[in-house]
Design a protein around this ligand. Structure first.
Ligand code: PRX
Length: 631
């Protein structure tokens, strides 16, 4: 067996040889002539000259050998449905969806926005786009009209695929109404809206624009749509994520590099084998859903479970009953979900036969030690924390136990994954920190490995300025996370260096929330910070200065206004972005040059020392925050 250290070293020192080998995990229509073209950094191109197709690799190529094998297992505890699609079924469904999209005018390179609950048609839509060379842009169903409108305007979709409603904890969430509102708000108007009618919430159809999926599917029941061979570098999708500014960033992914990276990760990181079953509890609206509900497992010939519902409904045994029923071998979830389970009867976790399960992978937010220990003991299985980002599409740090089994350390997200040259740098000097146990910014020396972002959609400039300018003159990618490395090379992630927060594993920008709150007519100014929370990891906390302070001068008035402001956020961005509290102050803590002292506000909210305050304009401002938090 190769040692992991050698494996990692080779991935960097013999980059082309290493990735050429991994590239054998997928089918190429035309072989590539160059593995890595980094002649125009940071715009790295992978498998140049090669042509392939993501849908062919995820679906078609498995049909001859495993056509009758489970491919997509859909379970909804919201609508009490369970549907299994074998690879042959999936192949047929994806072609039907592709035929519909073609009829609606979608062409290679066009964007299709997918705003859907966790139903199989969402996966069909994604795969159908890949099949015809169109780019999907999935927007998380928890986002409301303003968030959706800004994504419609940035991606300019020809078609939107949506559904009447989702359901959460038995409560119907009407997607179509939010979508109609978003289209009204957006400057760009999609030509067609394809609607899956689940019969959950009646909705009006816009004449000439809205098209029902069911009759179209009937019409195309037997239509065959061949895969369009695209260049390896052809963009496969965009996925919006939050950053420091309010404007969401359209992370753009390629085709060949992504397919290779994901297939390889199934083998080396996620301990999968073709023919087995993989269960990721994420949502298709997030990067984990893209990579590890849809593409990764299917690319590797595995069955994937798509679950609509809560982890504790009907009870905390639901996920584990699926593990038993479908003999899940690898499972992927988020620490928040584990913390929710922790409040339930632990017996629910072991009521079922979990013998098929090799490991539980967790990612998306810090995994605290008590939670990690609790779940490891309750399941009696290895817990593998892994760290990555929407931008990278697959893990940066993990334990690659598929290469060589390694000891895990509580609190650490593991070691740099093959292909990633991870370093820590000093925030101020940009100097590399080579000694152990020093806190620095986690960066990746370029080029990034295959599968990571190509650029930001239609914004090369922002891509370069945002991610590649922390060390002038060098091709260094910043993750915007703090980290520390111990003597054994294990890295511990300590949180974001920027204004991005992580609420229950959902990545949100505090600026987006601030912009939304500022649209309330009585808000003059607002600061939103992320504050540590036992259950959700972090919650958003808002401090607002009012135009008319009289509206919060009694506790009743303040409470009413707080509710009204939260409603604005719910309606514009979605309940995921709602701050846990909106408090009112007369002045915000700022430096003398007018910069908001967010880190100081955050520290005070978390009961920590706010640090150096010599530049503060008005010390009483921070005192107000302190008093509110104490009260
Ligand atoms: O701050 C890090 C945190 O989540 C951010 C990325 O979020 P997102 O783009 O939604 O991608 C999630 C993919 C799993 C990171 O910058 N983060 C992610 N994983 C971990 C983490 N923080 C601590 N531990 C992790 N395992």
């Amino acid at each position: 067996m190769t040692s992991y250290a050698d494996f990692h070293r080779r991935s960097l020192q013999d980059r082309d040889g290493f990735w050429a080998e991994q590239a054998k995990l997928i089918d190429w229509h035309t072989p590539f002539s160059q593995v890595c073209d980094n002649s125009r950094p940071p715009f790295t191109r992978w498998f140049v000259g090669g042509t392939t197709n993501l849908c062919h690799n995820a679906v078609d190529r498995h049909v001859p050998t495993r056509g009758a094998q489970n491919a997509l297992i859909f379970v909804s505890t919201e609508t009490n449905q369970e549907r299994i699609y074998c690879y042959a079924d999936l192949h047929a469904e994806v072609q039907r969806m592709a035929a519909i999209l073609l009829e609606l005018g979608v062409k290679k390179g066009d964007r299709v926005l997918v705003y859907m609950p966790m139903i199989p048609e969402a996966a069909f839509a994604m795969l159908a786009c890949a099949r015809i060379g169109a780019l999907h842009s999935v927007v998380f169903g928890g986002f409301a009209s303003v968030s959706l409108a800004s994504r419609i305007d940035d991606s300019e979709p020809v078609v939107v695929v949506s559904a009447d409603a989702g359901s959460r904890g038995g409560k119907v969430v009407p997607y179509k109404g939010l979508l109609d509102e978003a289209i009204q708000l957006a400057a760009h108007k999609p030509a067609k809206v394809l609607m899956v009618d689940r019969g959950l919430a009646p909705f009006p159809r816009a004449a000439g624009r809205d098209v029902d999926y069911a009759p179209m599917r009937e019409k195309h029941l037997n239509t065959k749509v061949p895969c369009v061979w695209v260049d390896s570098t052809h963009p496969s999708y965009t996925l919006y994520t939050s950053g420091t500014t309010g404007k969401p960033k359209g992370v753009q992914r390629d085709t060949g590099g992504y397919a290779v990276a994901l297939a390889a990760s199934m083998k080396h990181i996620f301990l999968g084998n073709p023919g087995e079953t993989y269960f990721s509890t994420s949502d298709i609206g997030w990067v984990v859903g893209h990579s590890y509900i849809v593409y990764g497992p299917l690319l590797y010939g595995m069955a994937t479970i798509m679950y609509e519902g809560l982890p504790i409904r009907p009870d905390a045994a639901i996920w584990w009953s699926l593990v038993e029923k479908y003999k899940v071998t690898s499972m992927f979830s988020a620490p928040t979900a584990v913390r929710v389970l922790k409040k339930q009867d632990p017996a629910a976790l072991t009521r079922h036969d979990l013998s098929s399960l090799r490991a539980l992978f967790l990612a998306g937010e810090p995994l605290d030690e008590p939670t990690a220990k609790w779940i490891a003991e309750s399941l009696g299985k290895p817990i593998i924390d892994n760290y990555w980002q929407t931008e990278t599409g697959w893990p940066i740090l993990a334990l690659c136990n598929g290469v060589e089994p390694q000891r895990s350390k509580f609190g650490s997200t593991g070691k740099p994954v093959y292909g990633y040259d991870v370093k820590l740098i000093d925030e101020n000097t940009g100097q590399e920190l080579t000694a152990p146990n020093q806190k620095g910014v986690v960066v990746i020396e370029g080029p990034l490995p295959p599968g990571c972002m190509q650029t930001l959609w239609r914004d090369d400039d922002r891509f370069v300025k945002t991610y590649w300018s922390s060390v002038p003159g060098r091709q260094v990618y910043s993750t915007f996370d703090w980290g520390i490395r111990d003597e054994d090379g294990y890295i511990f992630i300590l949180g974001r260096t920027d204004d991005v927060i992580n609420v229950a594993g959902h990545r949100l920008g505090t600026r987006e929330i601030e912009e939304s709150i500022s649209s309330h007519p009585n808000v003059a100014e607002v600061a939103v910070v992320g504050v540590a929370d036992q259950l959700k990891g972090q919650v958003a906390m808002a401090f607002a200065v009012l135009k008319d302070p009289g509206q919060s001068d009694t506790p009743e008035k303040a409470l009413k206004l707080e509710g009204a402001i939260m409603k604005v956020v719910d309606e514009q961005l979605g309940a995921v972005a709602r701050p846990s509290r909106v408090r009112f102050v007369t002045v915000l803590p700022k430096t003398r040059s007018g910069k908001l002292l967010r880190r100081a506000i955050q520290a005070v909210c978390e009961g920590r020392d706010p640090g150096d305050l010599t530049t503060i304009e008005d010390p009483s401002a921070l005192q107000q925050v302190k008093d509110l938090v104490a009260g």
